[in-house]
Design a protein around this ligand. Structure first.
Ligand code: 13P
Length: 246
């Protein structure tokens, strides 16, 4: 079975005071032991969060570059993430793609390098509203997934996060049926383009306005293996989302 996975992507939010509050409710939980739980603070707080958070909660970087070190001002590497005791990184988030102009190919190279360094990668994909309205959802997410497949040598280190861009930060969640439909199509695509074993084992998370109110229904869908949560991961409601299947 695929272990339920819930990640909190803090994005560019928080300060030591607010982070102390998050650490307090995360450490208090209680968190379902059957769920893999990860939080993703801004890079300058990674080590602080790691030092304060209970060991059963993972800490993820929100991004990293495709080489270990060098003249790449402003960036961090998988080697550094490992060096401070972390095992996870989020790559290819729609904000990295659309605000910072990261291409599919760059994201593929980053995934390949991070996995080769032994990190677990949360690889994000998802369509824009106009793409969905034009009936291009599958075309878009299949193309993004194809690049991920091309660059993935060890699928035990990759978790996919399907985050329709129109649902991110909008309060407009995909319905459980809409999300399940894309997740099932993605699993079929991965089965046909990687292998059935990989498709059966890879976790596919849903992200986009996940809340305490909608997480249970979404989490019951057979191909939804967890969530990547933005706004609600900054609030005590995140504990309820972690426990969606409890
Ligand atoms: P929201 O949960 O705030 O919609 O953000 C989703 C997201 O982008 C997580 O990576």
């Amino acid at each position: 079975g695929r272990k339920f996975f819930v990640g909190g992507n803090w994005k560019l939010n928080g300060n030591k005071k607010s982070i102390d509050g998050i650490i307090e409710f995360m450490n208090a939980g209680p968190l379902n032991a059957d769920t893999e739980v990860v939080v993703g603070p801004p890079s300058c707080y990674l080590e602080y969060v790691r030092s304060k958070l209970k060991g059963n909660i993972g800490v993820a970087a929100q991004n990293c570059f495709k080489v270990p070190s060098g003249a790449f001002t402003g960036d961090i590497s998988p080697a550094m993430i490992k060096d401070i005791g972390l095992r996870y990184v989020i790559l290819g988030h729609s904000e990295r793609r659309n605000v910072f102009g990261e291409t599919d190919e760059l994201i593929g190279e980053k995934i390949e390098h991070a996995v080769s360094e032994g990190l677990i990668v949360i690889a994000c994909i998802g369509e824009k509203l106009e793409e969905r309205e034009a009936g291009k959802t599958e075309e878009v997410v299949f193309s993004q997934t194809k690049t991920i497949i091309k660059h993935t040598k060890d699928w035990s280190k990759v978790v996919i996060a399907y985050e329709p861009i129109w649902a991110i930060g909008t309060g407009k969640t995909a319905t459980p049926e809409q999300a399940q439909s894309v997740h099932a199509s993605l699993r079929k695509f991965i089965s046909e383009n990687a292998s059935k074993e990989i498709a059966d084992n890879v976790r596919i998370l849903y992200g986009g306005s996940v809340s305490a109110a909608n997480c249970k229904e979404l989490g019951q869908k057979p191909d939804i293996d967890g969530f990547l949560v933005g706004g609600a991961s900054l609030k005590p409601d995140f504990v309820k989302i972690v426990n969606a299947r409890a």
